[in-house]
Design a protein around this ligand. Structure first.
Ligand SMILES: Nc1ncnc2c1ncn2[C@@H]1O[C@H](COP(=O)(O)OP(=O)(O)OP(=O)(O)O)[C@@H](O)[C@H]1O
Length: 249
């Protein structure tokens, strides 16, 4: 399968700090790829360089066969990036926000309405973005990243502020777009999320890539004693069984 992303020997320093220190990896087309690592590992910096938002000190990056730096406008319609809430247009409602994104990408506003529904924000469509909760804002930012049906999607901790209902719904949504052939790259702090969703994960720490493999192979290779507990489900499964999977406000 051709590579959607090729990264070689990426370096980014902030003063004395090597935030990203010789990172290299490939992501195949159609792959669901996760980047894991503790706070400050260099995940966001890596992602921003791969997205073409930040210029690396050194190293090369190719996305969908094209270089990402200097900024490559040809890639914009083919790639979706979940922006931080601070990048929203001020004083627009959720619907106006996503319609604006749709218009920028030249897709019909109706597509924005579909996405409002898919992320469970119909009741909040007429609410201004600054009055949305953290989880609602996050769902809107994901919808805005996907409204133009990009071939490749980047999501930075997409489920960080979400309740279990929204998290599971987002998992289903991301799995769906991946099964439809889209490449998905995300960072996460949730191991269960990485295990359930990702074909392969890269584990970073202190700017370096420590391991890269399928979740199963990484667990298999674990050279440490583990406590084996037979489980029928997780506490989260119980919680969702009791409280349902519908989006909450
Ligand atoms: N603009 C910047 N100026 C200076 N240092 C920075 C800057 N951006 C990031 N850093 C530092 O670079 C390191 C890597 O940060 P980065 O945000 O990439 O980590 P991360 O793995 O995404 O962390 P988290 O899980 O907390 O989001 C951190 O030590 C951070 O403090």
């Amino acid at each position: 399968m051709p590579a959607a992303i090729e990264v070689h020997d990426l370096v980014m320093t902030y003063g004395d700090l090597r935030a990203v220190d010789g990172v290299g990896f490939e992501v195949a087309e159609g792959e669901f790829f996760g980047i894991l690592g503790p706070n400050g590992a260099g995940k966001t910096t890596t992602l921003e360089m791969v997205e073409g938002l930040r210029e690396p000190d050194s190293g090369t990056i190719t996305v969908l066969g094209e270089p990402v730096w200097p900024r490559n406008p040809g890639l914009l319609p083919r790639v979706g990036v979940q922006l931080q809430a601070s990048s929203f247009f001020e004083r627009l409602t959720a619907r106006e926000q996503i319609h604006t994104f749709a218009a920028l990408y030249g897709v019909p506003g109706a597509r924005g309405d579909e996405w409002i529904e898919r992320v469970g924000l119909v009741d909040k469509a007429d609410t201004r973005v600054e009055d949305l909760s953290g989880g609602q804002t996050q769902r809107l930012s994901i919808a805005c990243a996907l409204v133009h049906d990009p071939e490749l999607v980047f999501l930075d901790e997409p489920t960080a502020a979400l309740d279990p209902q929204a998290r599971r719904n987002l998992w289903d949504l991301l799995r769906g777009i991946n099964e439809a052939g889209r490449t998905v790259v995300l960072t996460t702090h949730y191991m269960d999320e990485a295990e359930v969703l990702c074909d392969r994960v890269a584990i970073m720490d202190r700017g370096r890539l420590l391991r890269l493999d399928t979740p199963a192979a990484l667990v298999e290779a674990l050279d440490a004693p583990v406590r084996v507990v037979e489980k029928r489900g997780t506490l989260e499964d119980v919680f969702l069984d009791l409280t349902g999977r519908e989006y909450r406000q």
